[in-house]
Write a protein that binds this ligand. Structure first.
Ligand code: TRP
Length: 482
């Protein structure tokens, strides 16, 4: 059997794994969910969940991957009788996530171009229109949406074709540090704007948002827990096998426990940094702008850059470029999760690597789903969505609100928390947590947190996961689900 080509260095692995974790979920999801869910309360709950669920599932996935040296599907097959199909759940959810992730990634590329247009006063800039009008126009322009979506899909494919060490590691090792620098530049600019401090209060002062009428009422604790939990899962790229896949390429001498911890911490830090950039900017320059949904990233932020004066387009380009980088380093991990399976299979059957052909075939399917999401334009174009016709127009539940939400509900709402839950049940009760200990203690490393890991993976994590799953289902299916 041919040798599997993996990461060249631990730094490269970390950048790729952090790259997978850091994405639209951090830059866009985290700030607005934190804001809408009581700010500081959300933050504390998020941190607790990251420690008792995030770290546990992250370490579990990396260990499963490295032990079996295989992608998600084969890994579960090798390890378990009862859970051998869980890998398929992961690969299927990768498809659904990719569909809308690439569409949104395409929107971000469009916004880099738009700001460049503003910089050189070209016709493809905003042409004096407000952020809302530009975005509305873009959503109903189906051809443009599809083109940018497909450009994003194509970039993802080309990097994955280059393989893990050649494509993914190289891109992330440059892209991640660059992203961080761009983020710091944006934060410094934003925090020196007048009134930016209101944004900090919104994020960090408990009760401030309600007292000042920014949100209507404080959310209940259960819904904060399930929102924070869902966000944490998506943000850390766990629950569907992406980290199993990356772990499978990691050298046995590296310390799994330490790597898992670093990934969780970095991801959380960058989410906080993104919050420090986006939220204060909105309070300083677009105080009436929406704080949630796609409009935060595409309408509110564009208004912010339009109001910065002549340097606006430059910051616009830097900011959206940063988001594009973050999104690409995440989408490649999603595509790799699928491609790794086929590459493994081909190698087992002695057919050679075949990475390029499998990347292409997988990408074609992703592109089809992505085109559907782009044509729909977040529901602007009246494209038929499954089940939607069953509801009155003012009573449509989130899960079939538009194609993006439909795919998001299937993947983020159901498959991922379920995948995470099943994984902890497998590790805790079928194979036993010792599997993770043995894998972590390869080549003389010590697993310091084993006692903690064992207790969490058996009891605490599955319980939290079940709660999160329940909360997500309730959120997405609304009145349909009691
Ligand atoms: N974590 C990424 C984000 O925050 C999205 C992502 C990439 C992801 N790979 C994943 C989510 C695998 C779940 C599973 O935007």
């Amino acid at each position: 059997m041919e040798e599997r080509k993996g990461f060249g260095s631990n730094f490269g692995f970390l950048m790729a794994a952090v790259g997978s974790a850091v994405g639209l979920g951090n830059i866009w999801g985290f700030p607005n969910k934190m804001g809408a869910n009581g700010g500081f309360t959300f933050l504390i709950i998020y941190l607790i969940l990251a420690a008792i669920c995030g770290f546990i599932v992250m370490l579990g996935e990396l260990a499963i991957g490295r032990k079996t040296g295989a992608g998600a599907i084969k890994a579960y097959k090798v390890l378990s009788k009862k859970f051998k199909w869980v890998g398929w759940l992961g690969v299927a959810s990768a498809f659904f996530i990719l569909s809308f992730y690439c569409a949104l990634g395409g929107y971000c590329i469009k916004y880099v171009v738009l700001n460049f247009g503003n910089l050189i006063n070209a016709g493809f800039g905003s042409n004096g229109l407000s952020g809302a009008d530009v975005f509305g126009g873009f959503m109903t322009n189906q051809l443009e949406g599809v083109i940018f979506g497909l450009i994003f899909v194509a970039i993802t494919m080309i990097i994955v074709m280059g393989g893990v060490g050649g494509g993914i590691e190289k891109v992330c090792s440059v892209g991640m540090p660059a992203l961080f620098v761009m983020l710091v530049i944006c934060i410094v600019r934003v925090l020196t704007l007048e009134n930016a401090v209101d944004g900090l209060k919104y994020m960090f002062v408990p009760g401030w948002a309600v007292a000042n009428g920014v949100i209507e009422e404080a959310p209940n604790l259960f819904s904060v827990i399930s929102t924070a939990g869902g966000q944490m899962f998506f943000s850390l790229s766990i629950g569907m096998g992406a980290m199993i896949t990356y772990g499978s390429y990691l050298n046995k001498k590296e310390n799994l426990e330490k790597n898992a911890l670093i990934i969780v911490i970095m991801d959380t830090l960058i989410a906080l940094c993104a919050g420090l950039c986006v939220i204060p900017a909105r309070f300083a320059l677009d105080p009436t702008g929406k704080l949630g949904g796609p409009s935060l990233l595409f309408v509110t932020m564009q208004n912010v850059f339009d109001r910065m004066g002549s340097v606006g387009p430059i910051f616009g380009i830097i900011f959206y470029l940063l988001v594009v980088f973050a999104a690409i380093s995440s989408s490649i991990s999603l595509l790799e999760t699928v491609v790794a399976h086929f590459v493994d299979k081909a190698q087992d059957e002695g057919k050679g690597d075949k990475r390029k052909s499998y990347s292409l075939i997988t990408t074609i399917f992703v592109a089809i789903l992505c085109v559907i999401v782009c044509l729909d334009g977040l529901g602007s174009n009246g494209v038929w969505v499954p089940f939607q016709h069953l509801f009155a127009p003012d009573a449509i539940p989130t899960f079939c609100d538009c194609w993006l939400d439909f795919f998001d509900c299937i993947s983020e709402g159901i498959m991922m928390p379920l995948g995470g839950l099943l994984m902890t049940l497998m590790l805790g009760w079928e194979t036993g947590p010792d599997l993770v200990k043995e894998e972590s203690e390869q080549e003389g490393n010590k697993m310091k947190s084993f006692g903690y890991f064992k207790f969490c993976v058996k009891f605490i994590t599955p319980l939290c996961m079940a709660l999160i799953l329940y909360g997500q289902l309730k959120d997405f299916f609304g009145g349909l689900f009691v």
